[in-house]
Design a binder for this molecule. Structure first.
Ligand SMILES: Cc1cc2nc3c(=O)[nH]c(=O)nc-3n(C[C@H](O)[C@H](O)[C@H](O)COP(=O)(O)OP(=O)(O)OC[C@H]3O[C@@H](n4cnc5c(N)ncnc54)[C@H](O)[C@@H]3O)c2cc1C
Length: 534
């Protein structure tokens, strides 16, 4: 008779907040201790077996486009599995789509970041409309007459799944359409036209090659108006209650992110209002981009945490060659190395989130320079962590039920979306050049009086001060080193010595891209104990 043996018990239920020492410390340190009780409750909800199952179901039954009704009328609607709606309800009820704007207070962006960090560990697709709604608010505020009507809906903690005009709904969500077929990153090549309608509104004609979450209630969209590229607010329904002329041509068949719908759309005279100054569309919508880029860091850091959690859980229960995997010396190096990467990503992400809670000059410089830098590096590391963590589970890690394949497929998206790697690194060069206090602010962030970091940071600062920093061929190297220095500084100040020492001894010494390369003498047990979900 076949006996099931030597398999780990289910990890769930597992409170994603109270089981994560690094997260708990970061929340306190970065100013959101007041949110601990709510985060604990959210972590408990997200870590329940039934919530984890929602994530699996939402991905196994992906959204379906309904272009027409049975009679041939256009619908342009997307139908989701109930699991998607249940997850959206959890996220919106927790305020992850707008709480720092609806209830501003010190630490509000950090608290919200902690909630989304946990959400993305269970399901990343729902994160997309949540992140875009969060990011859209500062841009929307540039159009007070729209903001007056829409922000109360956006601030509501009610997820209203109905496809109805927003006026009849209890809550609203916002998407974004920038990317066109003929040129994505280079937004100036956008061809969508905006024609003034004579009543203060515009009609848009054109397309978007990527427009995710098309069941959002409205979108921020770029289009060429008579004065140049401008930002518009495009509702799904016109003010007189008709379906707006937004045609959903098809849904993208994506590598991962399966639960979420990403669409190709056409605008056939779609109703829209101008947001911000006409002809200044890029600076207007870029404000949203900063927040969604922060969310890419949060999403990738959360994904790494989930991958490392799964790996540690498996390794502490599975025996191979007479020892628990976690006690096999080489495996303990792999696990410790993964844990360090995850902690470094979380530490920098929450430090960055705090800059969004502050408004002094240093915080503004950090937002401007560190957001694209962190997005580049943290999102680049996530697929590598997902891959290595999957391998810790052996063959079972390659099987869908383990969640690892979903994490692996999901992992690259944050690197591509909202400005791909190169675009981020070029933005770092631009940000450093245009932010007068950047060098001083970065030096203050990095200087920790540690000899290893001092030597590394000294060379970095020399490059930042010289004309070398404008060399585009080296933009990735410069950005990587900037992020490594920031992460080392954070770990030296706030993490146990075992973590900080191993990080400096490996990352600052230029270790290769694989994991399990921590040098002899690293306190591997202390590192894995700290990361273990408890
Ligand atoms: C799942 C998913 C969802 C998405 N959802 C949305 C959405 O809701 N709304 C939306 O507007 N967009 C969305 N996008 C689009 C996404 O933002 C773009 O794909 C991304 O910004 C890159 O643009 P692109 O695809 O046109 O690539 P391109 O701009 O053609 O870039 C291709 C490559 O060239 C590099 N590159 C570009 N310029 C330079 C340069 N000067 N020097 C060196 N390298 C360069 C880029 O880094 C990239 O690696 C989504 C994409 C995905 C995958």
């Amino acid at each position: 008779m076949f006996e099931v043996a030597n398999q780990p018990p289910p990890l769930e239920p597992c409170n994603l907040f109270s089981s994560d020492a690094v997260l708990g410390e970061a929340v306190k340190r970065e100013g959101a201790a007041w949110a601990e009780a709510a985060l604990g409750a959210l972590g408990e909800t997200l870590g329940r077996p039934e919530t984890v199952k929602l994530g699996f179901d939402a991905n196994r039954f992906p959204p379906q486009l309904k272009t027409f009704d049975r009679y041939g009328h256009r619908l342009d609607e997307v139908e989701f599995h109930p699991a998607w709606h249940d997850l959206m309800t959890i996220a919106v009820r927790a305020g992850l789509h707008s709480s720092p704007w609806a209830e501003p207070k010190a630490g509000a962006h950090v608290a919200r970041a902690a909630g989304t960090y946990m959400l993305t560990q269970v399901e990343s697709g729902v994160y997309c409309p949540i992140a875009m709604t969060y990011g859209a608010v500062p841009t929307l505020r540039q159009a007070p007459e729209i903001a007056d009507v829409w922000l109360p809906k956006i601030y509501a903690r009610e997820y209203d799944r109905r496809f109805e005009p927003a006026a009849r709904k209890s809550g609203a969500l916002i998407g974004m359409g920038m990317t066109e077929n003929q040129g994505g990153s280079d937004l100036r090549t956008n061809t969508t036209r905006a024609e003034p309608a004579g009543d203060g509104s515009f009609r848009l004609y054109g397309h978007k090659w990527f427009m995710s979450a098309p069941m959002c209630d409205a979108f921020l969209v770029l289009a060429q108006s008579p004065k140049g590229l401008s930002c518009f607010f495009m509702p799904r329904w016109t003010p007189d209650g008709a379906r707006n002329a937004i045609r959903i041509n098809r849904l993208k068949d994506k590598l991962g992110n399966k639960s979420n719908a990403s669409s190709e759309v056409e605008f056939h005279g779609a109703y829209a209002w101008l947001v911000g100054e006409e002809g200044r569309g890029i600076p207007t919508i870029i404000e949203m981009g900063n927040y969604t880029r922060l969310d890419c860091c949060i999403g990738s850091a959360g994904l790494m945490r989930q991958a490392v959690t799964q790996a540690l859980h498996h390794a502490r229960h599975r025996t191979a060659f007479q020892k628990k995997l976690i006690d096999q010396p080489l495996m303990s190096n792999v696990l410790a190395d993964l844990a360090i990467e995850s902690e470094a990503a979380a530490a920098l992400t929450f430090r960055l989130a705090r800059a969004y809670d502050e408004s002094d000059e240093a915080a503004l410089a950090i937002r401007r320079v560190v957001t694209p830098a962190a997005k580049f590096w943290i999102c680049k590391r996530a697929p590598m962590v997902a891959l290595e963590a999957m391998e810790v589970l052996g063959g079972s890690g390659y099987i869908e039920e383990s969640i690892m394949p979903r994490l692996y497929r999901e992992a690259p998206v944050n690197s591509i979306w909202e400005g791909s790697g190169n675009v981020m690194c070029l933005d770092v060069l631009r940000a450093i050049a245009r932010t007068p206090n950047a060098a001083d602010v970065l030096r203050a962030e990095i200087d920790r009086g540690d000899a290893r970091l001092g030597a590394f940071a000294g060379k970095l600062m020399d490059r930042l001060a010289s004309s070398q920093r404008n060399d585009e061929t080296q933009a990735r190297a410069l950005t990587r080193d900037l992020v490594l220095a920031l992460q080392a500084a954070l770990l030296l100040e706030h993490a146990p010595a075992a973590v900080a020492d191993a990080f400096c001894a490996s990352r600052l010494a230029g270790d290769g891209p694989a994991f399990g390369l921590l040098p002899r003498g690293s306190d591997l047990n202390a590192i894995t104990r700290r990361a273990m979900p408890n």
